[in-house]
Design a protein around this ligand. Sequence first.
Ligand code: GDP
Ligand code: MG
Length: 476
Amino acid sequence: MQTSFLNHPSMQYSKQKLKLSAARLVNNHVNLAVTGLSGSGKTAFITSLVNQLIEANEISHLPFFSVVRESRLVGVKRDVQPDLTFRRFAYEDAMTKLNQTSPEWPSSTKGISQVRLKIKYKKSKGLSKYLTEDATLTLDITDYPGEWLLDLPLLNMDYIQWSKHCQCELNDPIRHDLAASFCNALSNLDLNAKSDELALQKIAELYSQYLLTCQKRGYQLLQPGRFILPGELNGAPILHFFPVTDIQLEQQGIDLNKPIKDSNADLLIKRFKHYKFQIVQPFYKDHFKGFDRQVVLVDCLSALNRGYHSYQDLQKALDWLMGSFQYGSSNILNRLFQPKIDKLVFAASKADHITPDQQTNLVKLLDSMLHSARKQIQFDGVSTESTAVSAICASKPGIGQLNGEKIPVLQGRNAQGVAITLFPGEVPQSCPSPEFWKQQQFEFPKLSPPQMNIDHALPHIRMDQVLDFLLADKLT
Ligand SMILES: Nc1nc2c(ncn2[C@@H]2O[C@H](COP(=O)(O)OP(=O)(O)O)[C@@H](O)[C@H]2O)c(=O)[nH]1
Ligand SMILES: [Mg+2]
């Protein structure tokens, strides 16, 4: 009788090898997400991260990334991304802009995008003499707006509660002024009248303009998140809603618990519900749930530049945003699904705007912003790290003279591309008092990207440490 070729001794060995490889493959995948509010540096960060990995042969660039330090990195290449419905992360476009004779920062993105890398490396110790020593880690990186995370608390609110929350925000005198056109149009809307989609659209556009103006003025806690960054929903009726005020409800004799059927009030309530269940919830169920590791970028320096109100608002926005990483039993996310992020990096971005002696202060400042929320995360068993990074370092530190004294300075090029030497000043370790801001302002500079050397990886600060924290345990 002919023996099945599957019983052949060499085949048995191959089968065993396949099984082991499959077991290892399960573990050999990291779904890394990078988020942060608009302008925090996500695009620059992912561009640099991809670049550091692809160019990782130059050991000098990544001394703290163990797989490189131990000369175990074989090669990294880009692969077809897993979710073809996402925009492809525009790495090549970013590198083209950076490599120009007059380098430019990569264009900012307004939605979710993805890139997949295959990282081939040598295992630190062979599992078995039969197994090949090379292994591959698949790294999926997703870029998504932090603004979308600000919407999580909406899932716990109904339209009445949300309207009340927005009214509180409108009580801020600056916001109140910025909302004048919206408030005016709103006060002329008859909430009991038959629903008028066009009228609601116009007022929703004014509400959205109000939020965008707030953003320009340095406010960060802006909801709904998709009004700021609508992505593919631009112009869709699901975004045509807005909050109403108690005065208006009183004047028009409206009980939002019992709105007249098919009235404007009824439609606003329905749209708010749709937004929650068709936009916010699916983002968590379809995307967020799949992330293993997360980087949250925080631009503390720009908030300091913009003043006390902006700093306070960033602090508030971070508190809300952190809700997405707190998985205690009472959390909304736990009721939806079991999230699985096990490592979380908080990174103060653009650390090349300050001199090296101020980097520790920047991390302390970030920690002070995250203080209360972070305790909860540690309690929930997520491993966290705070750091200060520059994805693309646009300055060089040096020593200058001021009134005969030596002081640390930076050299770089300003936004117009002119070479400058500057003393950017000290970074506070925690938020200064409102009195301090009245007398003094922060002025951390905006820099042009550095002139690139095409044969080298992008210059950076601490990207290797971030890579090591995020990936070292998967590359052993
Ligand atoms: N000097 C410096 N500027 C940076 C760095 N990262 C980002 N920026 C600046 O911040 C801007 C916004 O960054 P971007 O990555 O587009 O932010 P995103 O909106 O979060 O994707 C850029 O255009 C740069 O001006 C960095 O590492 N160093
Ligand atoms: Mg971006």
